[in-house]
Design a protein around this ligand. Structure first.
Ligand code: APR
Length: 310
């Protein structure tokens, strides 16, 4: 393939993203993890599926960042999940350390790449990747809105018994319970769902979307969602690799847009070969603005904690 994507973290999200990238024949894939044998084993297993899945993407696994050199895109999923007894700030501190180490290696070996951050807490991890890489703001993007809107779209399709392909949805804000789903901008075959569903049904779909991650954790008991998060990261990567210029909700670094400054927050962006090629500003009602403010406060709070932790 003439394109290369590195996926850092060969866990559930990372390995699934590698599989989707390869099976869509979008690029060669380098899978990197700190655990010896894990990326090599998963890469070999995926390569052995290639004759059946009918693709010629090369997939290599390594513990050494040398394998990631000259990537067009680097998807970072490395991190550890919260363990019993660990505070939110402890987790933030550990994952920020991992994100900083990973980003340093990436910036050295793939200085022209676009970084797609997947690790949580997402918005805070975007800040670490942006500051550590020294990359321009268009080349550091967080995956959150595509996943959250895919969840919203699935729930809309289930509710109305229509094809998911007919649905569009917009979810803005931080990735967490302060996210801001926008029913006015969510449609079925171009018809806003506000015309198709009563307010209380929309409210319940919105609530389910905001709790989408927790719903899966509750079912899985150990671990968190990975199929849909991997799909979301791959949709972003595809738009960049093919310069498709899709408008997708992503965490982007704002400098004045929507009234926010020096903050990663989920907004509609145009994704093309240069990463974030445009931030699209849509008009929001006073209520939607207030919800986005609240979401931005939550991101700022994490940013402050990171600053204190140094
Ligand atoms: N360098 C490389 N890989 C690392 C490092 C590191 N410093 N630290 C941890 N990892 C690897 C782990 O070894 C593990 O294989 O990151 C991988 C994470 O995989 P999982 O634990 O399976 O987590 P996953 O479900 O894939 O989620 C990854 O994405 O959606 C988010 O909240 C989720 O932050 C989490 C991330």
């Amino acid at each position: 393939m003439d394109k290369k994507v590195t996926v850092v973290g060969a866990g559930n999200v990372g390995a699934t993203a590698a599989q989707r990238l390869a099976e869509k024949e979008l690029c060669d894939v380098a899978l990197i993890d700190i655990i010896e044998g894990l990326p090599q084993g998963k890469a070999l297993d995926l390569a052995e599926a290639a004759p059946i899945e009918k693709h010629d993407a090369r997939i290599m696994g390594s513990n050494d960042y040398a394998a990631s050199a000259n990537s067009d895109i680097v998807i970072i999923t490395a991190g550890i999940p919260r363990k019993p007894g660990m505070s939110r700030d402890d987790l933030l501190n550990i994952n920020a350390g991992i994100m900083a180490n990973v980003t340093k290696e990436i910036a050295k070996l793939s200085p022209d790449s676009v970084i797609i951050v997947v690790s949580n807490p997402l918005d805070a991890m975007c800040h670490v990747a942006y500051e550590t890489s020294g990359f321009p703001k268009n080349r550091v993007i967080g995956m959150a809105g595509v996943l959250d809107s895919a969840r919203f779209r699935s729930f809309i399709a289930m509710e109305l018994n229509v094809s998911v392909e007919n649905t569009t949805a917009f979810v803005l804000g931080g990735h967490g319970d302060t996210m801001v789903p926008l029913p006015r901008y969510s449609t079925v075959a171009g018809i806003p769902i506000t015309e198709l569903l009563p307010k209380e049904r929309i409210d319940s779909l919105v609530e389910r979307t905001a709790n989408g991650g927790a719903e899966i954790v509750g079912l899985l008991k150990t671990g968190s969602a990975f199929y849909a998060p991997a799909s979301a990261a791959v949709e972003m990567a595809e738009s960049i690799l093919k310069d498709k210029k899709k408008i997708l909700p992503c965490a982007a670094y704002l400098e004045g847009e929507y009234g926010f400054n020096e903050l990663f927050i989920g907004v509609p962006v145009k994704l093309g070969a240069n990463g974030v090629e445009e931030i699209i500003e849509i008009t929001l009602t006073a209520e939607e603005k207030k919800a986005l403010e609240k979401s931005a406060d939550a991101v700022r709070e994490l940013k402050e904690v990171l600053k204190k932790l140094g």
